[in-house]
Design a protein around this ligand. Structure first.
Ligand SMILES: Cc1cc2nc3c(=O)[nH]c(=O)nc-3n(C[C@H](O)[C@H](O)[C@H](O)COP(=O)(O)OP(=O)(O)OC[C@H]3O[C@@H](n4cnc5c(N)ncnc54)[C@H](O)[C@@H]3O)c2cc1C
Length: 383
């Protein structure tokens, strides 16, 4: 494996870093404070191409390789995890679903719009079906050549401020996992209601919504994949979503390292910079260990992907480690800042709040360990 980035990958990383420093970083604290959606930033994200980084150019994307996409996500994660999250879902979950399972017509209709006009959402979780999505109750029933969707979804990123939601629904009640089908539901469909959720611990600039579906009519042409294939589609998309999340968490950990070093050099106690105390150096070293291991894990996923190999296990490992590492890193960065880390004068408190969700969504740490445990003992959890 070659750890040297190609010239193009280095350029992409520089572009992402410069863009994040100039356009994303200045507004991050205020967006977090006010729980405001990044209305002004979004058009710039479309313009720079990040909302379609790995999508082929023929569908309006940048056509970048998978590692380049990860590098962009890492830089966004380093700067503002709320923004990283909306990009990850649009590209890593929704774009992937369409590319993999969409008909040519569906790809031509939606991918150019999702890369230049509005966001996509991934509607799997329900109020009473999180870790166990097969128990979902949102239903879709046939009505001639249409489907009628009823039910509700919970915690859906981009669910109220986007243009499209991939909705997973039961089409064969009682069949659990085998009865789930995926649908492309425009968010302006009559009967679709996205209610923003406020008061979140972190990702406060991101749109997280409850979705209510009341007799939402979609044509059969909006069915994504075959009837009954929905859960397979969702799990397949999560291979890519978890990669993206791992890259974003690496960015959070890197930000914690940078900020902890900066602060430790500036802050004087006992007449010396606190950076000179070995116990502070230990905190910083431990953040660094997590940064290095996290980056290696998400790069390994990219390496497998670019060889055309499946990376379900690697994505799960990277997601689990990088998310937990980002929580540890943020906690240590707060510790380095002492009392000042406990307010939003410095960004480390935001890093900790933003990192916290990453061990919960796209499969909790417990669910990842269950899947890995079953896989390692030969129970084929990842089929
Ligand atoms: C900010 C945010 C954004 C999100 N975005 C999206 C999105 O875009 N699309 C989407 O579909 N969902 C999204 N989610 C939902 C997220 O994926 C779920 O919250 C997650 O899957 C966990 O489900 P739950 O919250 O229902 O927790 P539960 O499943 O109720 O789990 C609660 C606890 O029980 C544990 N647990 C559950 N089952 C087991 C078991 N068998 N063994 C051991 N422990 C177990 C869990 O690990 C957890 O600790 C988002 C959530 C948040 C907070």
């Amino acid at each position: 494996m070659d750890f040297d980035l190609t010239e193009q990958q280095q350029q992409v990383r520089k572009l992402a870093r410069d863009f994040c420093d100039a356009e994303v970083a200045p507004g991050a604290r205020e967006l977090d404070r006010t729980e405001a959606f990044p209305d002004e930033l979004l058009p710039k994200l479309f313009e720079v191409g990040f909302l379609g980084a790995p999508v082929p150019e023929e569908y309006g994307g940048m056509g970048l390789d998978y590692l380049s996409y990860g590098l962009i996500i890492e830089e966004l994660g380093r700067t503002d995890a709320s923004i990283r999250s909306l990009v990850s879902v649009n590209v890593g979950l929704v774009g992937t679903c369409l590319l993999h399972w969409g008909t040519e017509e569906q790809k031509r209709e939606w991918l150019p719009r999702l890369t230049s006009e509005g966001l996509g959402a991934f509607g799997l979780t329900e109020p009473n079906a999180g870790s166990d999505p097969a128990s979902m109750t949102t239903g879709a029933s046939r009505d001639g050549s249409d489907w009628i969707l009823n039910g509700s979804k919970m915690w859906i990123t981009n669910g109220s401020r986007g243009i499209l939601t991939v909705v997973f629904a039961q089409t064969e009640p009682g069949s659990k996992a085998r009865g789930i089908t995926a649908f492309l539901v425009p968010q302006d469909s009559p009967g679709y209601q996205g209610n923003p959720i406020h008061g979140k611990l972190g990702l406060r600039a991101g749109d997280t919504a409850e979705i209510v579906l009341r007799d939402v009519r979609v044509p059969d042409a909006n069915r994504l994949g075959e009837v009954g294939e929905g859960l397979k589609i969702a799990l397949n998309a999560l291979d890519s979503g978890r990669y993206s999340l791992a890259a974003g968490c690496t960015g959070i950990s890197q930000a914690c390292l940078d900020q902890a070093v900066r602060y430790a050099r500036e802050r004087l106690q006992f007449g010396r910079p606190i950076a000179s105390f070995q116990l502070v150096q230990q905190l910083i070293s431990e953040i660094y260990l997590d940064v290095e291991a996290s980056r290696a894990l998400y790069w390994k996923v990219a390496w497998k992907h670019m060889k055309g190999e499946r990376h379900t296990v690697e994505s799960s490992v990277a997601k689990t480690f990088c998310s937990e590492a980002s929580v540890r890193a943020a906690d240590r960065a707060v510790q380095v800042h002492g009392g000042y880390g406990y307010s939003d004068e410095y960004p480390v408190a935001r890093y900790l709040r933003d990192a916290r969700v990453t061990t919960l969504y796209e499969g909790t740490s417990q669910i990842q360990r269950l899947l890995l445990g079953r896989h390692l003992t030969g129970e084929n959890a990842f089929t």
